[in-house]
Ligand binder design. Sequence first.
Ligand code: PLA
Length: 401
Amino acid sequence: SSVFAGLAQAPEDPILGVTVAYNKDPSPVKVNLGVGAYRTEEGKPLVLNVVRRAEQMLINNPSRVKEYLPITGLADFNKLSAKLIFGADSPAIQENRVATVQCLSGTGSLRVGGEFLARHYHERTIYIPQPTWGNHPKVFTLAGLTVRSYRYYDPATRGLDFQGLLEDLGSAPSGAIVLLHACAHNPTGVDPTLDQWEQIRQLMRSKALLPFFDSAYQGFASGSLDQDAQSVRMFVADGGELLMAQSYAKNMGLYGERVGALSIVCGSADVAVRVESQLKLVIRPMYSNPPIHGASIVATILKDSAMFNEWTVELKGMADRIISMRQQLFDALKTRETPGDWSHIIKQIGMFTFTGLNSDQVAFMRQEYHIYMTSDGRISMAGLSGRTIPHLADAIHAAVT
Ligand SMILES: Cc1ncc(COP(=O)(O)O)c(CN[C@@](C)(CC(=O)O)C(=O)O)c1O
C-alpha cells in the first residue's frame, strides 16, 4: 500500500504534452509543431556556434570552479542582461535604479517577480492578455496573485483587439499589475504597433498600472535585439517603474540551461537596493541560488563584442528562417487554393502562427496527418522545413475543406 494511493493522475501539460504524444507516434511523416523550440531546416535542435565557442573557453579556463553563486546570481550576467533589454544608454541603468536577479529562465523570473509582488505590492491583481502563454495564469496564481484577463486578440480580424484592450485596462483598478509580452506575443504572433504601444503606455501611467514585461523572444521576432526591445524602452524612458522577465531559452538556444533574469526598474537607486535585498528573501527558500553554467555562457558572449556580433548574426539567421517558413506555408496554401484568408500567417511575428484552426481540426490533423500542435491552433513555425511544409499544407487543406 502507499500513502499516495488515492493520488489522481495529473493531465499532461497543454504545450509540453504535445511533445510527449509526438514522441509516442511511430509515423515516419510526423511533425512536431508544439513546443516553441527552434529547429534547423534539417529538423534538428540548434546549438549556436557562438555558444559552443563560449563553452569551450569556459572549459579551457583552469581557474574555473563550481562554487555557489550568490543568491542574486552571476553579477556580470545580471548587469549585461539589463543592458541587453534596456539598452546600454538606459537612464535607469546610469542612475542605478535597476535591481536584477538571475532566475531559472523566463518561468523562474516570472515566478520570483510574482512572489515578490504578492508580498510587497499593495495591489494583488494581475491582468494577463486573453489569450496568453498557457503557463502564465498558473505561475501568478501559485505566486499568490489574483489573475484577471484583458482582451487582446480578435478572432474575427485575427489581429489585435485594441479597443477591447484599452477598455479593459481602462476599467482595471488603479495600481493593478499588467502583464505585457515585450514582442512576439505567444500564442497569437500579434503585437501592438509602436503607436499603439505609446497609447497603452499613456493609459497605464495615467492609472498607475504596474507593467510586468515578459521578454522571451528578444531578437527572435524581427531579428533585431534593439527593435524587439522598443516597447520596453518606451516605458523605461518615461522614468516610471516596471518589472521585466528575460529568457535566453530561445534567442540563445539555452532552453535546458534555464537561464533568465528578473529586473525591477525602481524610482530611485535607494529603492533598488532595498528591492534587491527583498528579492533575495524570495529566492533563498525557493532554490537558494541559480545554476552557474548557462549564465557564464551568456556573460562570456555579451561581454565580448566579437562574440556578441557573431550571436546577432546567428540570431538573425534563426529569425529569417522562421519568416521564410511563413512565406512558404502561405504560398503552399495559395497553390492549393485552400479556402479562407491565410494572410495572417505572414502578418504575424515571432515563433508562432495562430492559425485559427479549432480543436476538432487540430485533432483531425493529428490523427490523419500526424501533425502535432497545441489544441488552440498554434503552430511553432520553427518546427517546419521546406520538406514538411507541403505535408502541413495538405493537412490544413483537408481540415478546412
Ligand atoms: C511568453 C513566454 N514566457 C515565458 C516562457 C518561458 O520560457 P523559459 O522558462 O523556458 O525561459 C515562454 C516559453 N514558451 C514555450 C516556448 C515553451 C513552454 O511552453 O515552456 C512555448 O512553447 O510556449 C513563453 O512563450
